[in-house]
Design a protein around this ligand. Structure first.
Ligand SMILES: Cc1cc2nc3c(=O)[nH]c(=O)nc-3n(C[C@H](O)[C@H](O)[C@H](O)COP(=O)(O)OP(=O)(O)OC[C@H]3O[C@@H](n4cnc5c(N)ncnc54)[C@H](O)[C@@H]3O)c2cc1C
Length: 454
C-alpha cells in the first residue's frame, strides 16, 4: 500500500520474485508520492539523489535508464550571511569543514566563530553518549557559530529539522564513526585517503558507495534526465507492463485485518500479506495494534516548494543558496533549476524556493499569492547581493504544499521505531525506517519485500 518510491521499490522486488501476485493500492490519482512533477514537468519534490546511494543507481540500471543518469551542470552553492550571499567553502563533508582556511576565505563564519572552530584541533577528545544530537556533537567540537552558519542550514535543511533535536547518529552516522579526537583532522585525513566523502557508516541514513554493475557519473548528486519523476514513470511502466502488477488509484486504505484491507469506498481486498509504505503516523490508523501506536508520535516537518519562472537572466554560477535560521527568512533554500539541470534550461529561468522546517510553520497560513510575494522579495534581495537583478516578480509560479512530509530523525528515533512489534504478515517501509533520501527509501522497500518473501 502506497505508491511512493518505498512502496514501488517493494512491489518491484516482489514482482521480480515471481512468487506473489502484487497489487499496489494508492490514495492519490497518480503514483510517486513525493516524487512528482508539476503541470510543466518540473519536479516539486526531490530533484536529485545522493550518488553514494547504490540502491537508487542499481534500480535505475535495472529499469534501463542507466544512460539517462545525469549530473548537475554547475557546481557550488551560496549561503546567506548578514553581508549577503557568500560561496559555500570548499571541502565540506555534510557541512563540516575540513579546511579552516577555505572557511576563512568564504567569510561565512565570523572571525570569533572561526577561532572557536580552530580549538577542535587542540581540544582533548570529547566523549559523547551513545546517541547525540547534531547540536551537541558539533558545538562541542566546532562551536556554535559553525553549527548555526553551516551545519544547521545544510543538515537541518535536508531534514527540515532542528539540529537541537536531530540525532547525529542517524543523520550523519559516518561522522560519528570517524570521529577520534579532532573532527577536522579526522575528516581531512579520510578525505585525503579516499579523495571523496567519508565512507558510509553502518545502519542508517547514509548509503553504501558504488560497487554494482551500473556505471556511475562522478558527482555527489545525480538525477534522471527529464527529472526524478521519470524514475517513477519507468518503474510503474515496468511493474504493470512486464510483471502485470495491478494498480488501484484513488483508493485510500482505511483499515486492515489479517487477510483483507478496506479502502475508503468500502471495497474489500483479500490479501495474504500487507506492506504499509505510508507515513508512520498513518500506520496505527490502519492496523489496530497497541505496539504500533508509538508511530503516531514520530514527528514530520511540513515544507513548501515554490517554483517560479522568470524571463531569462544570467544567474550566478552554482546550484542555489541556503538561508540559515538567523536570517529570519521564510526561504530556507533556493535552487536555480535551469542552471542546475540542462533539461530544465528551456529559455527561461526556473528557480525553486523551499520554505518550512519542523519549528517554522510561518508559511502555512499564507495564501499562495502572499507566499510567492514574500519569498520573491527574499530571493531578490539575496540575488542583488551578487549583483543579479531578477526581472520583476515571476511571470508564473507553482506552489506545492507538502504537509507532514519529512520524517524527523530525532534523538531516540531508533528506540522508537525499534519498539514496534509487527502483527503477522504486516511489513513496514518508508522514509522513517532508514533515512529520508531516495536511496534509503528504496532500500526500505526492498528490505520489506525480502522479509515478506523470506
Ligand atoms: C520537498 C521535498 C524535497 C526532497 N528532496 C529530496 C532530494 O533532493 N533527494 C532525496 O533523496 N530525497 C528528497 N526528499 C525526500 C524523499 O523525496 C522522500 O523521503 C521519499 O520520496 C519518500 O518516499 P516514500 O515512498 O517513503 O513516501 P511517499 O513519497 O510519501 O509515498 C507514500 C505514498 O503512500 C500513499 N498513501 C499514504 N497513505 C495511504 C493510504 N492510507 N492508502 C493508500 N495510499 C496511501 C501516499 O499518497 C503516497 O503516494 C524530499 C522530500 C520533499 C518533501
Amino acid at each position: 500500500m502506497g505508491a511512493g518510491i518505498s512502496g514501488l521499490s517493494c512491489a518491484f522486488e516482489l514482482a521480480k520474485s515471481n512468487r506473489v501476485d502484487v497489487t499496489v493500492v494508492e490514495e492519490k490519482p497518480v503514483p510517486g508520492g513525493k516524487i512528482v512533477a508539476n503541470n510543466r514537468g518540473i519536479d516539486v519534490g526531490p530533484d536529485s539523489f545522493i550518488s553514494r546511494g547504490r540502491s537508487a543507481i542499481d534500480l535505475i540500471g535495472e529499469l534501463g535508464l542507466a544512460d539517462q543518469m545525469v549530473t548537475p551542470d554547475t557546481k557550488g552553492a551560496y549561503i546567506s550571511t548578514r553581508h549577503g550571499l557568500r560561496p559555500l567553502p570548499e571541502g565540506l563533508f555534510m557541512g563540516v569543514p575540513t579546511d579552516l582556511v577555505s572557511v576563512a576565505r568564504s567569510r561565512v563564519v565570523p572571525r570569533l566563530g572561526l577561532a572557536r572552530a580552530g580549538l577542535d584541533l587542540i581540544l582533548p577528545r570529547t566523549s559523547f553518549s551513545s546517541e547525540v544530537s547534531v547540536e551537541r556533537f558539533i558545538s562541542a567540537r566546532l562551536g556554535r557559530s559553525v553549527l548555526d552558519n553551516l551545519i544547521d542550514p545544510l543538515l537541518g535543511g535536508i531534514h527540515a529539522g532542528n539540529s537541537r533535536d536531530l540525532s547525529m547518529n542517524w543523520v550523519a552516522p559516518s561522522l560519528v564513526e570517524l570521529y577520534r579526537r579532532s573532527l577536522i583532522v579526522d575528516l581531512a585525513r579520510t578525505r585525503a585517503k579516499t579523495g571523496t566523502g567519508p565512507p558510509r557508516a553502518t545502519g542508517s541514513n547514509e548509503q553504501e558507495g558504488p560497487k554494482g554493475e551500473t556505471e556511475v557519473p562522478a558527482s555527489p548528486f545525480l538525477s534522471v534526465r527529464g527529472g526524478m519523476h521519470r524514475l517513477v514513470e519507468a518503474l510503474v511502466e515496468t511493474l504493470s507492463g512486464r510483471y502485470g502488477v495491478r494498480f488501484l488509484y484513488n483508493s485510500k486504505v482505511v483499515q486492515a485485518e489479517k487477510s483483507w484491507v478496506m479502502t475508503q469506498d468500502n471495497s474489500r481486498l483479500e490479501c495474504d500479506h500487507l506492506v504499509l509504505a505510508c507515513p508512520a503516523f498513518e500506520v496505527p490508523d490502519i492496523v489496530a495494534d497497541r505496539s504500533l501506536e508509538v508511530l503516531r508520535t514520530l514527528s514530520y516537518a511540513s515544507v513548501g516548494v515554490i517554483t517560479m519562472y522568470f524571463p531569462k537572466v544570467s544567474l550566478p554560477e552554482g546550484t542555489g543558496l541556503l538561508s540559515p535560521r538567523a536570517r529570519g527568512t521564510l526561504m530556507t533554500g533556493a535552487t536555480w533549476l535551469s542552471n542546475k539541470w540542462a533539461f530544465y534550461d528551456t529559455g527561461e529561468c526556473v528557480i525553486r524556493v523551499s520554505v518550512g522546517k519542523i519549528d517554522d510553520t510561518r508559511w502555512v497560513d499564507l495564501d499562495d499569492g502572499d507566499l510567492v510575494g514574500r519569498v520573491y522579495c527574499e530571493l531578490d534581495s539575496a540575488m542583488r547581493s551578487l549583483g543579479v537583478n531578477l526581472p520583476g516578480p515571476p511571470s508564473e509560479y507553482h506552489v506545492q504544499r507538502w504537509m507532514r512530509a519529512i520524517a524527523q530523525y530525532n534523538v531516540g528515533h531508533g528506540e522508537l521505531v525499534g519498539s514496534v512489534t509487527l502483527p503477522p504478515n504486516v511489513y513496514l517501509a518508508g522514509s522513517y525506517m532508514c533515512g529520508v533520501g531516495i536511496p534509503a527509501c528504496i532500500s526500505s522497500g526492498q528490505a520489506a519485500a525480502k522479509r515478506l518473501l523470506g
